[in-house]
Design a protein around this ligand. Structure first.
Ligand code: MN
Length: 163
């Protein structure tokens, strides 16, 4: 069986406010959600995820500084990998998928809420990779650095213009 090679990336983005941009390759683009608190691997935690504009696939590798304009700030590739869509679609307002990232692994879901347009919830499902046995474990705090380079946000910020 051939392995699906569609990608996901989570970019930690220090703009006006720190948030995490969760992006899934769907069709020709990266469908994107801004997650203010970042993902959790505790299935009892629901994280608000605001659907934002699509990004081109090539953006998945971007780590660096956006000097000005929309999103100005520092971007880190906090996590990345392949994922498998298990069921659902954007149109249905629910997606279940299996992430094979450097940090995030296992089944997660994104479910559209009825509170307002563009608001979804990102939730980990119970599986071998959940963290129900480790109450209070916050993966964004425990593993804050880039999955691509190991750099901190501050280091990425200082490296602007080098490349
Ligand atoms: Mn962002």
């Amino acid at each position: 069986m051939s392995k699906s090679c569609i990608v996901f990336v989570v970019q930690k983005h220090k703009a006006t406010r720190l948030h995490y941009d969760f992006r899934l390759q769907i069709g020709p683009a990266l469908k994107s959600w801004a997650v203010p608190k970042g993902p959790s691997i505790d299935p009892s935690v629901k994280r608000l995820a605001i659907m934002v504009e699509d990004h081109p696939i090539e953006y998945k590798d971007f780590e660096g500084v956006i000097p000005n304009g929309y999103g100005a700030g520092t971007v880190m590739v906090w996590d990345f990998g392949d994922y498998t869509l298990l069921e659902g679609s954007i149109q249905e307002g629910r997606l279940r998928f299996y992430l094979d990232g450097k940090k995030l692994k296992g089944v997660f879901s994104l479910t559209r809420t009825r509170w307002r347009e563009n608001s979804w919830l990102l939730v980990k499902e119970y599986d071998a990779f959940d963290q129900v046995d480790r109450r209070g474990y916050d993966i964004t705090k425990e593993q804050p650095n880039s999955a691509k380079t190991g750099l901190t946000l501050e280091e990425i910020g200082k490296g602007s213009g080098k490349e």
